[in-house]
Design a protein. Structure first.
Length: 145
């Protein structure tokens, strides 16, 4: 049996075929399943049959975007902190009024990420989100006064 995600891809391919292939309907879809994988329903497919059916649709022009490689814009969260992240941390620190007290940011970082400074992108994201939360709490507090 295949996963619900794989069934979804097959159904997306079927929808594509109905729109792009002449005279492709539910009967033609079931004929393709029977011819290519030996079944009449996608829920009866095994992994090998699923691969063969998707290959058939891809040969007809269907583009399976579910198996696209990761976008180069998505970077490793364990990579080094970026310059814009550092700048945002400094700006948020300034907005909180902590720029004259460097130990305050270090203490905050210790509490949030367990380090004195963010060293990875994921560390920086956690610190940035924490600082944003601090700013919004300060804004709510000042609005109540």
């Amino acid at each position: 049996m295949i996963t619900p995600a794989q069934i979804g891809i097959i159904h997306a391919a079927k929808g594509w075929a109905v729109e792009n292939l002449p005279a492709f309907d539910d009967d033609a879809y079931r004929d393709v399943l029977k011819l290519v994988a030996g079944v009449r329903s996608s829920t009866k497919l095994d992994n090998d049959g699923c691969t063969r059916v998707l290959a058939w649709f891809e040969a007809k022009g269907f583009k399976n975007t579910a198996k696209q490689p990761r976008s180069p814009l998505r970077r490793d969260p364990n990579a080094i902190v970026t310059g814009p992240q550092r700048a945002l941390v400094r700006a948020l620190e300034r907005d909180l009024g902590w720029s004259d007290e460097p130990k305050r940011l270090e203490g905050f970082c210790e509490k949030v990420i367990g380090k004195r400074r963010p060293t990875t992108r994921s560390d920086a994201r956690a610190v940035i989100e924490g600082l944003k939360a601090m700013l919004s709490k300060a804004a709510v507090k000042s609005a109540q006064e």
